[in-house]
Design a binder for this molecule. Sequence first.
Ligand code: C2E
Ligand code: CA
Ligand code: CA
Length: 412
Amino acid sequence: MTVQTDCRPRLLILDDDPLVGCTMQFIAEDLGLETRFVATATAFFAELDAWRPTHIALDLIMPDMDGVEVIKGLAERECRARILITSGVDARVLDAAGRSAAEHGLDFAGVLSKPFSAGELRELLASAPTAPAHATRPKAAPPPAAPLSRDLGAEDLRRGLEANELTVVFQPKIGCTDARLSGFEALVRWLHPEYGPIPPDRFVPLAEASGLITELTEQVLDRALHWFASLDRAPSALAGAQQLSLAVNLSAKSFNELDFVDRLAGRCERLQLAPERLILELTETSAMDDPVASLGLMTRLRMKGFHLSIDDFGTGFSSMLQLVRLPFSELKVDRSFVMTALQSEESRTVVKSIVDLGRSLGLRTVAEGVETAEVFDFLGEIGCDQAQGYHIARPMTGDTAQRWMRERSATQ
Ligand code: C2E
Ligand code: CA
Ligand code: CA
C-alpha cells in the first residue's frame, strides 16, 4: 500500500501501555507516517495543538482520563484528524465509542480491539476518509460566534419569531434502489442577526420549555407548505412535483393541541395540497410520552390522510407492541446508526433489524445520515426504501432546492 510521502501524514498515539504505543509507532512508520507517542491525556492535547497530527490512535481506557472524554475534547477543538479507537474492552463498547466520535462530527476511521494485528492497523491507517473532512462536520456552517449564543433565552426567541428570523431549509430523500427523488424534509434554522445561523437543537428545546413551540411550528408549517405548494406551480422542469412528499418535524407539545389537526387540514386545503403528500415526523420518545393521548390524535391525522413517521428510531425504548398500536406509516432509522454503518458491524446489524422490522409491519423505511455511496448501496441491498443524507444533498434553502431539482432532472 502507499501513503502519501510529499506531505507526510502524522500519527499521534495516545496509549497508557508503552509496549502497544511503540508497536503502533513501528508499524505506522513502516507505512511512511511520522509518529509520536504519548501516555497521558495532558501530553496528548499539548501535542495535538503543537504538532497538528493528521491521524490519531486513541486508547479508550486510561487511568487519568477516559477515551470518551478525549473524544469530547477533540470535538470541541473541531479536530479534523482521522481517528482510530483502540482498546481491550468489549466490542460493543468500542462500537458505542465509535458512534460517539462520528456523532461529534469527527472523522472516525474505525476501531481496533486489542490485541490487534499489524495488518489490521495497516488497513485502517490506509483506508480513505469516509467523506471529505468538511462533509463529516455535524452542522453545515460553523457559527463563529456560537459560544456567545449560549446565553440566548426565551425573550430572544420571542423577538426572533416576531422579527421573522426563522427560516426553513429542505433536504431531499431518494429511493434506495432507483435513486428517484421522493420528497423533502423541512428543517428549521434561526438566522440570528448577531450570531448567524443557529441549529434547531439549540432553540427547539427552548421553544418547548417556554411555550413558544406553537408559534415556531406555525411559522415552520407556513414557510414549508408555501414553498412546497409553489413547486406544483413552477415551470415544466419541475414536472412530477405532484408526486413528491414533504416531511415536517413536530414537537409532541404542538402535536397535542386540540385544534392542531383541523388547522393543519385547513392550511392544506387553502394551498390545494393533498394531505397524503404530507408526512409528520415525531420522535420515538415524544410519541411514546403519552401513547394513549397520542393514539387519538394520530388516528385523526391518519384518517384525514396525513402520514406519520416515527423519527430517530432506535434511540428510544418503545416496545414493538406500542409501535404496532400507533398508526405510523413510516419509520426513520436514526442517523447515529446509519452514519457509522460502514465502520461498525453492530450499526449495520441495528440498521438491518430496523429495516426488517419496518418491512414486516408494513411501514416505509427511511435511513437518514447517509454520508457515503457505500452506505447508500448497503441500504439498497437490505431493502430500505428511502435515503436522506449528505451523500445525496445537504439541507438547502427553498431556491437552492428548486435549482437542485432542475439540475438533477436535466442530467437524468
Ligand atoms: P432530525 O429530524 O433527525 O433531522 C435530521 C438532522 O440530520 C438534521 O439536523 C440534518 O441537517 C441532519 N443530517 C441530514 N443528513 C445528514 C448526514 O448525512 N450527516 C449528518 N451528520 N447529519 C445529517 P438539523 O437540521 O440540525 O436538525 C436537528 C433536529 O432538530 C432534527 O433532527 C429535528 O429533531 C429538530 N428539528 C428540525 N427542524 C424542526 C422543526 O421545524 N420543528 C421541530 N419541532 N423540530 C425540528
Ligand atoms: Ca426528522
Ligand atoms: Ca431523525
